[in-house]
Design a protein around this ligand. Structure first.
Ligand code: ADP
Ligand code: ZN
Length: 738
């Protein structure tokens, strides 16, 4: 033991450790020049090699580096310091995900120039000439310029970057338009603080169940302190209304709120509701923001001026100055799992952040994940429940169509009952939705002569035909190629057959059967640009669309009063494959899709086309027995010690060369540590044996809940020395099993 002097000296402040937003092993030591004031959490700029980088003062004294070798901190940056809570969160996430802390810090410091003092910006506004050209749809305008003018016409000044981003064109176009007199350059103040949402206007009168739920959450927000509450209620039961009440309570206390959504681009209706209720839009945080906006928002969050942030998973790492509440909407969504870079689950890490910062957190879902359900049952999470749809809206009736008996015609995919129901719905002047979670025209193209299947050269996957865009695409790596004139296998001409349906093919069949119907496609590749989704939703609301055909982007919380029929074209699609959560996810997705029907006064009907009508998922959907389904699912997982009862990690080893991948996998197998309570399965070829040109081998590591999974993995991954061509990726709590 080292000797402690009776009066412990305050930590030396002439040297500090600084964590840089880089994947380095840890923080580096720097010297504090005479007279410079730095504290833990301060943003500073330091030399590293020949560069100067921004980082965060992580602590006093770090390693024993000779005084003479230390370089001095260059400057402190004018930003509020990073809170203790966030520093501990960064370390926690790094530890849990087996990532260097600097790589996690980088997610917090995602806008480096937000650390600079704000400067005045050059903005562009539309001129009278521009207005005239826009109003008269001047034929000399390029489509890009026309888009820019349309955006500039109904907004104030915006930076070239922002305008260009919104109009999907380069900054050069904006500058050229200014030179041509269509736009004028003006000084704009560096990012005005955003308007403050007003908590006072009351929401709608709540039903008694809603009132009980809202009171519970408001109470928790006022009391403060850590606690997780699962807000569980059927679609349309008013969950959003209830968590708005909790947001109002946090605002009343002058604190900040973070709302995490799985896909912010799909949330136009929610944002509008928020603005209607609170009189100001929330701050947004997602990957589609322009740079100037990210920069402004980051600073506003750090300075406490952005009061409510609605964002995608990366918003979890923002430097809130006084966070009072976190809401995770659609908490069951797998897209909260970040699969690249730092691999983490935003819902789970949100719970961690709430616990470190001692905040209430609300997890919201109509189909809670098994993880959250079990936590609620065991009492770790509180639960509030909204049992019924609001008002007169009722849950739709779900009918199972047994495809073994109700066969579609050859090369068709809609069964007789679904065709009949579509006809009835259109005849009644109502809207219908066909759901198929597959983009493109056909998932498989094969040669009728020799059976050759069109496959991706980089992945173990078939190429998907896209007729609208033309050609074949790989949905894993983005490889695209025109349809070859001859079969690569036997050189036969015109021998290709499309097998199976994608949404484009369904649209074709629907148009053939119902030539009068106005059909719209809704898939990620048919909606281009940030406004396409909002425009399409508005067209549906205005009833300019009769049949909406789409993938899961269509399943999300949109509210269409006239939509009374939902046809699920292939209810079995998600059930195959090695995904541990296949049944759970299929249930969640189909339940959510079904929830689109009959949201207003008119009752809705859902038809599920399946070859497995006896499958527990179909039975649970048809009998509206979510809890029964979850109980059976929980039992199966408990028996196998699968999550959430046991823990799981995947280790994927990949290399451009198959033999190298095998050799590395054998080396790992050879060095696998033996640890009580931990079982290593594999190596085996990953289900997608080749992905983006890399051959993949996979280990699954299965651990008892309290086994030291992370430390075992750390030891294991450290001990094997590998050539540079080999990549090793550890995925804690994997959600993707490809
Ligand atoms: P959920 O989030 O559970 O799907 P929402 O909060 O979106 O439910 O509510 C569904 C619909 O019902 C929305 O149009 C919402 O405005 C309306 N609604 C919910 N609760 C009330 C209420 N107490 N008064 C009036 N309208 C309500
Ligand atoms: Zn591919």
């Amino acid at each position: 033991m080292s000797e402690q002097p009776a009066n412990a000296e305050p930590p030396r402040t002439d040297r500090v450790s600084v964590l840089l937003p880089l994947p380095l092993a840890g923080a580096y030591d720097y010297r504090v020049a005479n007279g410079m004031q730095v504290g833990v959490g301060d943003f500073v700029r330091v030399p590293l090699g020949r560069r100067r980088l921004a980082g965060v003062v992580w602590g006093p004294n770090h390693a024993e580096v000779a005084e003479a070798k230390l370089k001095p901190i260059a400057e402190t940056l004018p930003v509020p310091p990073l809170h203790d809570e966030l520093r501990r969160f960064v370390e926690w996430v790094a530890n849990y995900t087996l990532t260097p802390p600097g790589a996690v810090l980088r997610m917090t410091m995602s806008v480096p120039d937000a650390l600079e003092p704000p400067r005045a910006l050059t903005g562009y506004t539309i001129t009278d000439i521009g207005r005239l050209a826009c109003a008269t749809a001047d034929s000399r305008l390029t489509p890009q310029r026309r888009r820019v003018l349309a955006i500039a016409a109904d907004g104030g000044a915006a930076t070239a970057g922002d305008l260009g981003h919104r109009a999907a064109c380069g900054v050069g176009v904006i500058k050229a338009m200014a030179a041509a007199g269509l736009l004028a350059a003006v000084d704009v103040p560096a990012a005005l603080p955003p308007p403050v949402p007003d908590w006072r206007p009351a929401g709608p009168p709540l039903s008694s169940a809603q009132e009980i739920a809202a009171t519970d959450l408001i109470e928790k927000v006022r009391r403060g302190g850590y606690g997780v509450t699962l807000l569980d209620g059927v679609t349309g039961s008013g969950k959003t209304e209830v968590y708005f009440a909790a947001i109002a309570a946090a605002l009343e206390q002058g604190r900040q709120v973070l709302v995490l959504l799985p896909e912010i681009a799909l949330s136009a209706q929610l944002l509008k509701r928020f603005a209607d209720r609170f009189g100001a839009p929330p701050a947004l945080w997602h990957s589609d923001l322009g740079h100037a906006q990210r920069r402004a928002t980051w600073r506003h969050v750090a300075e406490g001026q952005a009061r409510v942030v609605i964002g995608a998973r990366s918003a979890l790492f923002l430097p809130f100055s006084d966070l009072g509440l976190i809401v995770v909407d659609e908490e069951h969504e797998a897209s909260f799992k970040q699969e690249e870079g730092v691999i983490y689950h935003a819902r789970d890490m949100a719970v961690v952040r709430a616990s470190l910062a001692r905040l209430p957190i609300v997890l919201v879902s109509a189909t809670p994940s098994l993880e959250s359900t079990i936590n609620a049952q065991s009492g770790r999470y509180a639960r509030v429940h909204l049992p019924a749809r609001h008002g007169t809206a009722r849950l739709p009736e779900i009918r199972v169509v047994d495809m073994r008996k109700q066969k579609p015609e050859r090369q068709r995919f809609l069964s007789p009952p679904l065709v009949q129901a579509l006809g009835d719905t259109l005849g009644a002047g109502e809207q219908a939705m066909l759901f198929l979670n597959r983009r493109g025209y056909a998932p498989l193209t094969l040669c009728r002569e020799c059976g050759h299947r069109m496959q991706c050269p980089n992945c173990t996957a078939w190429l998907i035909e896209h007729r609208r865009a033309g050609g074949l695409q790989c949905h894993h790596c983005g490889y695209a190629t025109p349809m070859p004139p001859n079969c690569p296998g036997c050189a036969a001409a015109g021998s290709f057959a499309a097998c199976g349906p994608g949404v484009e093919r369904l649209a074709e069949e629907t148009a053939q059967r119902f030539p009068q119907a106005r059909i719209a496609l809704m898939a990620s590749d048919t909606l281009t640009g940030p406004h396409a989704m909002a425009e399409l939703l508005e067209r549906v609301e205005r009833r300019e669309v009769d049949v909406l055909i789409g993938t899961q982007v269509m399943a999300k919380g949109h509210h269409f009063p006239m939509l009374t029929l939902v046809g699920v074209v292939d209810a079995d699609l998600g059930l195959s494959g090695g995904d541990l959560r296949a049944a759970e996810r299929t249930f969640q997705l189909l339940h959510q899709v079904a929830g689109r029907a009959g949201r207003a006064e008119r009752p809705g009907v859902v038809l599920l086309q399946t070859y497995m009508p006896e499958h527990p998922v179909m039975r649970a959907l048809a009998t509206d027995d979510r809890d029964g389904f979850l109980a059976v699912e929980a039992e199966t997982r408990r028996e196998g010690n699968w999550p959430p009862f046991g823990r799981l990690a995947a280790v994927i080893i990949s290399a451009p060369d198959a033999d190298d991948a095998d050799r590395a996998a054998r080396a790992f197998a050879h060095h696998a540590p033996r640890v009580e309570g931990i079982e290593i399965l594999g190596p085996a070829p990953a289900p997608l044996t080749m992905l983006r040109g890399r051959h993949r081998r996979r280990f699954l590591v299965k651990a008892k809940r309290d086994a030291p999974l992370q430390s075992m993995l750390r030891t294991w991954l450290d001990v094997v020395k590998l050539p540079a061509s080999i990549r090793v990726q550890a995925d804690i709590d994997p959600y993707s099993f490809i």
